[in-house]
Structure formats: C-alpha cells, structure tokens
Design a protein around this ligand. Sequence first.
Ligand code: TYD
Length: 205
Amino acid sequence: MLITLEGIDGSGKSTLVERLRATLADLDPVITREPGATWVGDAVRRAVKERADPVTEALLFAADHAAHLDRVVRPALEAGRLVISDRYTDSRYAYQSVTLEGTIPSPLSWLEALHAGWTLRPDRTFLLILPVEEAMRRIGDHENREHFESPEILARVQSRYLDLASADPTRFVIIDALKEKEEIHAFVESAIRRLAEWSRTSRRS
Ligand code: TYD
C-alpha cells in the first residue's frame, strides 16, 4: 500500500508526517520523502539553490523519483510494507508544470510522458489545501526561501494540485489544512489504518 502526502510549502505536511511517524509505529510503516530519500536528493537541492534552468531542475526531481522508487519504494512494497511518502509524483505535476511554463509547450503532458511506464501510482493521496496567504505566513521570512516559496507561484501550484485531484477523485482526499493539527492528524491516521487493514485482508483472500 502506497500512500502519499501532498500540499504547497507551508501546508503543515512536515508536522503531519512527524505525528504519523509516532502514532502509526505499530504498523511499522516505511516513512519516506521526495526529494532526498537517496543521494540524488543532494543534486536536486543544489539545482534548486543555484537556480538551475527549469528543465534541469525537473529532470533532477524525476531522477530523484526514479532512485527513490528503485531503492526505497519498490523494495518496501514487495516486502508487503506500508509506504508513506512525504511528496511524490504529484509534486512534480503541480510544481514543475508551473515552473516549466513558457519553456515547454505542454508541461503537464511532458511530465506525464516522462513518468509513463516506470512510475507507480499511489493507492491514496492526502492533499492539504489552505489559503496561500496563510501558507506564506507559516513559511515566514526565513533566509533560505526556495524560489517556489512566493505567493504567485504557490497559488498556481495549489490550483494545479486541485486540478489533479478533480481528475482523479478516487485517489485524492482533500484536507482543509486550516483545521486544528490534532484533528487533521486524527483523520489521516484513521484513514491510513482503514486502508492498511483493507490491504491486509484483501491480500489474505
Ligand atoms: P522540501 O525542501 O523537502 O520541502 P517541503 O518540506 O515543503 O517538502 O521540498 C523541496 C521543494 O521542492 C518544495 O518547495 C517542493 C519542491 N518540489 C518540486 O518542485 N518538485 C518535486 O517533484 C518535489 C518532490 C518537490
């Protein structure tokens, strides 16, 4: 069972992941992330920091995904583990479809073609949604802001996320990230428990 967590910067994903790590320990999940689950993540971070051109950046994010699948996700799924990934392919579809605009004619189609045939589709994706002004407030004024962390970009990224969700409503669960952190955590935790239970019983039968 592959579960992914998505949302714009400042949506509260990191806090959610840390809480899930603590409360789902009995399910022994593999909790992982993109970018940075393998050494390729270092190259991605460097490209982002040095403001590489958008094609280089997109290809490095995709390379990071390939290595992540090969080293972490596929082996864990083959061993029957529950995998929870903080960001996954929808991050590329949402962020890079914005950053590649003006460089490539149809960025989303290009990105989908780039992933076709080798990526794995998540079983469920929890998408945190919140007003961009609130996300910017939560990100704060820290010095190392990534170039994605501007209200204009994040608004466009979030609207791409919502398009992805409406195109695939059975996979996406949209969460109001303005709700209390405890409430969000309790909801996602119980949803994951139900999915894990369902996956265990359907494997048995
Ligand atoms: P990261 O520094 O891990 O931050 P976060 O805690 O928000 O996940 O993520 C790096 C940034 O990279 C984040 O702004 C989202 C962006 N990103 C992409 O643009 N494309 C991708 O495919 C992924 C995985 C992340």
